[in-house]
Design a protein around this ligand. Structure first.
Ligand code: ADP
Length: 574
């Protein structure tokens, strides 16, 4: 939150700086252009005023040399009328206000208008002319309020001294009227700061002086203004009515020839408009950039939130997977342990079951051995050693058979380790058949078993495999209490070996449930029924990487098929 506020503040201040900078630069550029043009225009206006006055100046000097004027100046006693007429004519032709001829006495001796006889000896320009120089002056006529430029040229007598002064008075309007209405405001101020000539009536004879604000009534001849600077441009804030700009660029140009200063006021409103426009464009650009940036930041934030949520969910999932894996492997271990215990328990129960049959199995040959031994003794007594030897041979066979049974029993009871090796499946089936022989015989079950000519090697544990086969044989015998045939077949199939044990019994009641632990259709207590045989067999075969399945045959009876991995050729010796 704080970061966003900070980013917003930084962006706003940057945008503000950019907009203000743009506005300032644009204004400065526009003012510079205005000033360049204004300066050129002001120079032109100044030159024009000087040019117009120059005409009058030259005319004054020329007229002072006029022979009639000289003559009259030297001898004013002759009638003045012809000179008056000459001066009047000239004034009319040159659009001058008045021509006066001042005599050496300082009085007016001839004039284009009235006023002859007036004393002008004190006028500074007359005094200058009397000294032989050209006098120039500007003044306001007291009686009429007219503004006048005055030139006074000395009238030299042929032998040197000044005989009089020719004075020309020019009304300023004669020069102003020419450049009225020009867009730029131009005025020429004298040393008192009064606008003597201007192309705007509002400024004529106005004193352009600084006036602090709020000082009551502004005198009519005082223009209130405030001066400030925009960069190096001088700008005046004016309060001069509808015809003067409110804010104007102030330019000056000294005109020492007429002892005045040319000044110009250029309205800066266009420059301000241009600057404002550019600032608005910059603001719009900032807005677009800001909006874009904001959208981008929002997207990144949303993405980060999403990623964080996903990462959290992943972490949760991982811990759950780990927990489940741990639980599963613990359960698996427990299962393994339980299975191993069950295998052993199953074996012991099978041993118990077998013991009856086996004791009978051992008892029978033992009885036979005893009778054969007795007979052998008798035969020896009767000196029939061949017969005795025959009996002894039978005893030997029976003893070997008993030895084999006992060896198988020992091997079966032995606790086998989990490991696997290459096992001859044919031998396993043969051993299992031998151990189950009594059980099968008791039920009157015939065995259909054609062992393959050579050994068939599979991967597994010999004792456990034997346990599986014995279990299948026992189940077959249980299913065929009234007699039948159990067929055993071994066949290789694509890298595996298939052992099928089929019977001619009633078939399986619920094929889906036979591998469930403690599922049994046999009566409790009767023969073997604990419901563990097949589930233990299932676990054993699976631990060898094989499969076991049971189904009912189309021709009747049940068939159990065990598939095991064939041992790799070359490892058989192991
Ligand atoms: P038990 O033999 O102790 O009942 P098993 O796990 O060996 O336990 O067998 C489970 C059940 O499968 C038997 O109770 C029986 O119903 C059925 N079964 C097994 N083998 C056969 C078979 N060859 N014919 C018919 N049913 C069978």
């Amino acid at each position: 939150m704080i970061r966003r506020a900070l980013a917003l503040a930084v962006f706003l201040s940057l945008a503000g700086a950019v907009i203000a900078g743009t506005w300032w630069r644009a204004l400065d550029d526009a003012l510079t252009r205005l000033e360049e043009r204004g300066r050129a225009d002001l120079a032109l206006a100044g030159d024009r005023l000087l040019g117009q006055l120059q005409r009058y100046r030259e005319m004054t000097v020329l007229m002072a040399d006029h022979p009639e004027i000289l003559r009259f100046a030297l001898d004013p006693s002759v009638p003045a009328e012809p000179v008056d007429a000459l001066l009047r004519r000239t004034a009319d032709m040159t659009r001058s206000d008045e021509f006066l001829l001042v005599g050496a006495s300082g009085r007016i001796i001839a004039s284009s208008g009235p006023g002859r006889g007036a004393n002008r000896s004190t006028a500074p320009y007359v005094r200058r002319a009397m000294q032989g120089a050209l006098g120039f002056h500007h003044e306001i006529e007291k009686e009429t309020g007219r503004r006048l430029f005055v030139y006074a040229a000395p009238v030299f007598s042929p032998d040197g001294p000044v005989a009089g002064a020719l004075v020309v008075r020019i009304e300023t309007e004669a020069v102003e009227v020419i450049w009225r209405g020009e867009p730029m405001i131009v005025f020429f101020t004298d040393s008192d700061g009064i606008a003597f000539v201007s192309n705007r009536d509002e400024l004529v004879l106005v004193r352009l002086d600084l006036m602090p604000e709020g000082e009551g009534e502004v005198p009519a001849d005082l223009l209130r203004r405030k001066v400030r600077h925009i960069d190096r441009h001088e700008v005046w804030d004016l309060d001069g009515g509808p015809y003067l700009p409110a804010r104007a660029l102030h330019l000056t140009r000294p005109l020492p020839v007429i002892e005045m200063t040319g000044e110009a006021l250029v309205d800066i409103a266009p420059a301000e408009r241009q600057a404002l426009l550019q600032a608005l464009v910059a603001a719009a650009a900032c807005l677009v950039i800001g909006a874009g940036g904001y959208a981008l930041l929002e997207r990144r934030r949303a993405l980060a939130v999403q990623l964080a949520a996903e990462a959290e969910a992943n972490a949760r999932l991982e811990t759950r997977v780990e927990e489940r894996t741990r639980e599963l492997s613990e359960a698996n271990e427990q299962l393994h342990r339980a299975q191993a215990e069950l295998v052993q328990a199953g074996k012991l129960s099978a041993l118990g079951q077998m013991s009856a049959g086996i004791s009978h199995e051992l008892n029978q040959p033992l009885m036979a051995i005893r009778s054969y031994a007795e007979n052998a003794g008798l035969f020896l007594d009767r000196a029939q050693p061949e017969k005795a030897a025959e009996n002894l041979g039978r005893i030997n066979d029976l003893a070997r058979r008993m030895g084999r049974i006992i060896k198988n029993l020992r091997a079966f009871a032995r606790q086998e380790h989990d490991g696997m090796s290459d096992v001859d499946l044919v031998q396993v089936v043969a051993d299992a058949l031998e151990l189950s022989e009594a059980r099968l015989r008791a039920s009157g079950v015939g065995v259909d078993w054609q062992p393959p000519a050579a050994a068939v090697w599979v991967r597994g544990g010999e004792v456990r495999l034997q346990q599986v086969v014995m279990n299948l044989l026992a189940n077959a015998a249980d299913a065929m209490e009234a007699g039948g045939t159990v067929s055993i077949n071994i066949a290789p199939v694509a890298g595996r070996v298939r052992l099928a044990v089929a019977d001619t019994g009633p078939g399986i009641a619920e094929p889906d449930r036979i591998f469930d632990p403690f599922y049994s259709t046999k009566e409790v207590g009767a023969s073997e029924g604990m419901g563990l045989g097949l589930s233990i067999s299932y676990g054993i075969v699976q631990s060898f990487g094989g499969t076991i399945a049971g189904r009912n045959r189309d021709t009747g009876g049940a068939e159990f098929v065990v598939e095991l991995d064939a041992a790799e050729p070359g490892t058989k010796a192991a």
